[in-house]
Design a protein around this ligand. Sequence first.
Ligand SMILES: Nc1nc2c(c(=O)[nH]1)N[C@H]1C(S)=C(S)[C@@H](COP(=O)(O)O)O[C@H]1N2
Ligand SMILES: [Mo]
Length: 314
Amino acid sequence: MPLHRSRPWALPESAATPESLFLNRRSLLQVMGTLPLLAGAGALIAGEATAAGYPYPRSSVYPPERAETPEKLATTYNNFYEFGTSKSVASAAEALKPSPWKVTFDGMVEKPQSFDAEELIARMPLEERVYRLRCVEAWSAVIPWTGFPLAALVKLAQPTAGAKYVRFETFLDSGMAFGQRQFWQPWPYVEGVTISEAMNDLAFIATGAYGKPLPKQMGAPIRLVLPWKYGFKSIKSIVKVTFTDKRPVSYWEQLQASEYGFWANVNPAVAHPRWSQASERTLTGERIPTQLFNGYGPWVADLYKGLEAEKLYM
Ligand SMILES: Nc1nc2c(c(=O)[nH]1)N[C@H]1C(S)=C(S)[C@@H](COP(=O)(O)O)O[C@H]1N2
Ligand SMILES: [Mo]
């Protein structure tokens, strides 16, 4: 996540040691693999969703334009502050229990509802979409997500006419997620979008990646993916979706409003107060130019007509 080197919980990217941590999980899975009859039971013990139905058909509506990031890189270089401030959170995120998992829709809706995540996912039209992901820290990846349009979730939630924003909240459980014991941070992680952003077809709820249910470190069992915005908007492990007429204040905006705003659309021409956004480093190590709206302008630029007075790019 955004680096605050002046803060005690901020670590430089170079502190990451993904390989060693990832191998622990790999070797565990290999052991399970040698016990074919128990492999399914092992997944249940680990609290993971079943892979039934995967992989889902891949959509070609949004061309990725770049090669997919190798799965091993995208699953070992993550931001998930609930499990620590380094990029190698995969091992710590094993503590997440994505099943059973309740997701609540409330606020300005016809009637508040709660769903078990697996039942919610089963009602949705699942597909695979390959999206570019641009973190505000200037690293990037290309990830094949499985999931459904956020618009389908909004329709199910039935917001009332006065709702203007959708506010998302991650779980709050400092016993499960040691990062949440950092009491000076504004837990739980919160994010938000306007209703019109939420209804844009590009806005996606991911339930899987790389043709499987989401690994814990990527935000199991359901997370948001907004590929035209900086990565911090794509909130992980959602438990609550609230419809409101007040603009949500995100976790990052609470921490540092001068650096992380509500809109956070990708723009190479608008520097972060502490670094340039002109280019990005892919997880495979190339330096490439950053594109306005992360290259998704044809699908989303219209959302911002008439809002030029707002800080759309921070
Ligand atoms: N709950 C929660 N969601 C989160 C974060 C987080 O720390 N906690 N980090 C965000 C940031 S900064 C980025 S770049 C993306 C990273 O997603 P990935 O690890 O799946 O690549 O998740 C976002 N969602
Ligand atoms: Mo990020």
